[in-house]
Design a protein around this ligand. Structure first.
Ligand code: FES
Length: 106
């Protein structure tokens, strides 16, 4: 599916994410600077923090206990729609969804 990443400075990047990839992996592979992914996707760094739109929120399973633990440590403001992109797996139904990125990841 094609998803759009919107960085804090307004830069929008459309990324065609292979199904089954996680949304951190797809962003870092496509030069989206607003996601760092320092731990490589093992839910241990909280530098893949993103804000999901309503469409994505409705499609995603709720965060695991591990994701919730790390969400408590995000550098930027945590919001009700905060998620860790490495824990979100792309599915075809996500086409058109938008992730907004926080001003800082560390
Ligand atoms: Fe480290 Fe997501 S990449 S928690």
């Amino acid at each position: 599916p094609t998803l759009t990443y919107v960085e804090a400075n307004g830069t929008r990047t459309e990324v065609d994410v292979p199904e089954g990839w996680n949304l951190m992996q797809a962003a870092t592979a496509n030069g989206v600077d607003g996601i760092l992914g320092e731990c490589g996707g093992s839910c241990a760094c909280a530098t893949c923090h993103c804000y999901v739109d309503d469409m994505l929120a409705a499609l995603l399973p709720p965060p695991s206990d591990g994701e919730l633990d790390m969400l408590a440590h995000v550098a930027a403001e945590r919001r009700p729609n905060s998620r860790l992109a490495c824990q979100l797996k792309a599915t075809a139904a996500m086409a058109g969804a938008v992730l907004t990125l926080p001003e800082t990841q560390e």
